[in-house]
Ligand binder design. Sequence first.
Ligand code: UD1
Length: 420
Amino acid sequence: MDYFVIRGGKPLQGRVAISGAKNAALPILAASLLTSETLRVSNVPHLNDVTTMIELLGALGVEAAVDESGVLCISAEHLNSRRAPYELVKTMRASILVMGPLLARFGRAEVSFPGGCAIGSRPVDLHLKGFEAMGAQIDVRDGYIVATTEDGLRGCDFTFETVTVGGTENLLMAAALADGETILRNVAREPEITDLVKFLRSMGAVISGDDSDTLTIQGVSTLHSCQYTVMPDRIEAGTYLVAAAATRGCITVDGADAEHLGLVLDKLREAGVDVQVEGTCIKADMRGKRPRAVNITTAPYPGFPTDMQAQFTALNLFADGVARITETIFENRLIHAQEMSRMGANIAIDGHSVIIQGQEEVRGAPVMASDLRASASLVIAGLAAQGETRVDRIYHIDRGYERIEEKLQSVGADIVRKMR
Ligand code: UD1
């Protein structure tokens, strides 16, 4: 199993190119099931989760190939299965996203109960309630969710009890091919949803309600081929900007979209970072300054993203003052706090919050990654700490950060990947 060895305490300086967004690419790839025509998708990041999604689609019969210009060409013309197998689904929760498209186009989907990051119980009940509202029948057989419809999905008026990103995406894709109008209320508004809406539109879907909490979809009978470029990864960009702040360095991320990072940039500024935006470049300059403590409460977009919570916890370890970080989206997403206390951090868990008394200096230590964003936070902590940090179980980080150690090395980090 791979691990990182980090020798910390060096301010990071330089430029980092931002990859395509994992959380936009995954639903877009799943949406390829909606048409028999070939789709051409650019800026798909090279990540283990993307590979898993392509393998999963391959298990259904989808053909995918990268052309000479790096564009992913994907065709769901000849499907031979409607079953998303346990072996693949258990490694990635986003596998559930094939359910809506399969059900809408073929009237049947079988998906093993999803796995993914261990960040609390993450049910898919709202996805299933939505499919039922569209006329699907849902059964559970041998650990598989089996969704069927005899005469196709029909439009409905559905309100999500809780804001769910994956649930919104799944129902949106299903509704694109359903009979009649679907109104989805209390939908997630994350930029990745907007990216999926744009992608579906370029396939011929009829969707309105952008930037609101209600999406209206007029179902069409078929969707067609398109070319699309996946949006930049706002969480990857945010992670490098926090790494600059924690190490008292200066990093410019290239190819990012500052509009997607509103509260994240506000919180960096509150921490004392000089943040400058110029086109698609965002510069975070913290040279010679110690960060100030910042409180964070996660919330659905446009609130503060849960996927940036752990990284800001790491930043606060080194800050002047006391910070409270409150996680409201997931039940069990504070495991990194325990690992950080191994580094001598003054950090305590209080229900759904962590309270951090920042210290001028934190010492490196062996730590273990528990999920994707927790691993990024431990890497940031290691980069800013004095001495050596070893981060184990980095397979989590490889799910969502493209070539992270190369990108960090290019801005001066002393980080190496080793194999046990
Ligand atoms: C997506 C992102 C993940 C991010 C999360 C929240 C992808 C591939 N992953 O995950 O990085 O952290 O959004 O921004 O895009 N819930 C239910 N019932 C459901 C569905 C969700 O109770 O049927 C609950 C979940 O347990 C959680 C909350 O709703 O407490 C939000 O989850 P959701 O938005 O669905 O997260 P994901 O789509 O899994």
